[in-house]
Design a protein around this ligand. Sequence first.
Ligand code: MOS
Length: 709
Amino acid sequence: MNQIIGTSVSRKDGNAKVTGKATYGAEHQIEGLVYGYLVTATIAKGVIRKIDTLEAERSPGVIKVFTHQNPPNITKPSNNFVNSKIYESRLPLADDRIHYAGQIIGLVVADTFERAREAAYRVKIELEIETPEIASDRATYQKAPGMLGQSFDYQQGTFATEDFSSKNPNLGATLEATYTSEVELHAPIEPHAIIACWQNNDSVTIYEPTQWVQGSQKTYAELFDLDRDRVRIISPYIGGAFGSKVFPWPHGILGVAAARELQRPLKLVLSRRQMTANAGHRSQTEQTIRLAASSEGKLIAIEHLVKSCTASVETFPEPCTVSTPAIYAIPNMKLKQDLATLNVGTPTFMRAPGESPGMFAIESAMDELAWQLKIDPVKLRLENETKEHQRRKLPFSEKYFAECLQTGAEKFGWSQRQMQPRSMKKDRLSVGWGMAAASYPALRSGAEAKVSLLADGTARVLTGANDMGTGAYTIVAMTAAEALGLPVEQVKVELGDSTLPNGGLAGGSQMTASLTPAVLNACQNVLQQAKAENAPAAFAALKASGLTEYEAIGSSAPGQEGKNFAFHSWGAHFCELTVDEEIGRLQITRWLAVMNVGRVMNAKTAASQIRGGVIMGIGSALMEECHFDPTVGYPLVYDLATYHIPAHADIPRIEVAFVGEPDLNFNPIGARGIGEIGITGVAAAVANAVYHATGKRIRNLPITPNKLI
Ligand code: MOS
């Protein structure tokens, strides 16, 4: 069999993307479109006393103005993840209440985008203003509800104050520190958008970027009281999503509802400013960590207390403690998570939800402990490696965390590090080296794919999965090419249409692990049908038989393996940076990430995925933050100029290496997914390098220049 999986293959969709032929959500050409523009709240809490739409309705080209006084018909969904899921539980235009600045309070529909926008500013609103809850440090915290059936609070061993007391004869060092991170905004390059086209009243085609095509289909079906097969979701290309395009948002629901009422195809695009409130964010976090260790560096106890914030329209705790029982063996452990409600837009899943801020705290604390104990931080991590997931009481399958640390240290030249802070200099700059672990669980769900072998000598793979820029088109083609014995160029892949077999969810880093075994299975089935060893033999049989194609469906789903193993991916980041301590200027000069993710499907796009994660992590480490105006509660950032994300000049060449073996306990392909692990640990590696460079321990992200002077 020709070996294709694991080689470097350029993106199949690359050409379409760079030439503008890839069609994104808002770009589908539809006859007779009308355009929606949102009216949004300028205050963060209050009641709409009066809303006067008369002038807007008389504005040129306006077809209709929707407000809470005449909302379009929407059915309340079960919103339980299984039958449907929406990001924000409150339905758009449900009543006269305002819960956050930027909340949708109206929709103007006109014959052009410009006319709809013009009229939106002619809607007159009288408000009764209430004092919003905006400040996380003055909010009231309560125990956070669990997530997906699991409580956040967890305790093991004899976690007690004695573990931290100087009377404990084993105690070598203790640490107590509080780490914070700020609100991070979802800012994918493709703005959120929807086009809804109804065919009469009983079926609808929706063009919307979605990470979960069939999930979206189920949810819109419930929202509009339709059978699932009456809803078609089309999403062939997505310009980034990171967790913000999994479920319908209020603007999407409202767009589809308005299109039904008007019986016209309708397009609605969020502006960058509207995205700050209406497309999700990662909550600010405050995490207090207490650690106790022996003088040899064996961890004795950990307490990890988390505070995060949610919105009054939806409950979402940022799950910061999820990795804590996975990464280090600690006999005595206490995890606790509290939550406060603020008048802000809905916080939600954002690349490594929980692990990203959670591991900033843990991996910073481990570094602080290493300095206290005068133990190398790589060694400290090796000393405390887990063999099993402590909370799930299952051994890890194919774990190569130690190899990540050792390979990383060797490739980076870690042994050359001078131990004292402020001891390494380059010209007049202070040089810092820092490292941190990366970790992310491996998830998997059921998926299906259809494979056809055609008379023209090509194969086609069809599945309702999607590619949000991750490289899914390419690895699906590579999987089929290898299984069928064809060059990758002869495999055509179609994704992103709900009429295709259920492709599963691109979230929780699970698409590769869910989908590629289904593609493999479909390829085996189609060859069996052709009674052929490989595709070339099948093509010959096809010709001889006079048939036009062979076609087969394949599927794959988790079995009993989850009862025997915990599946997790691992990694280590090594960072070099320079700090000009006079002006607080920080430049990252070198980065190495060594990852253990099971089988690497495509060496090129896998490295790109890790690089993307590292870049996003550098963003959260150094620049990303959204504050809210303390009186009106509006986000103080509103576009990609005011919300800083890394540019090319901020990022050095990022070296990526993979270690380990395929995880065949997990699935027949052995891949564990790669989308999120890259960001985990990054902010800590930066903060740890900053400490080495400057002697300043910065526990509050982002590490902006003012904190370095
Ligand atoms: Mo990811 S935050 O599950 O898209």
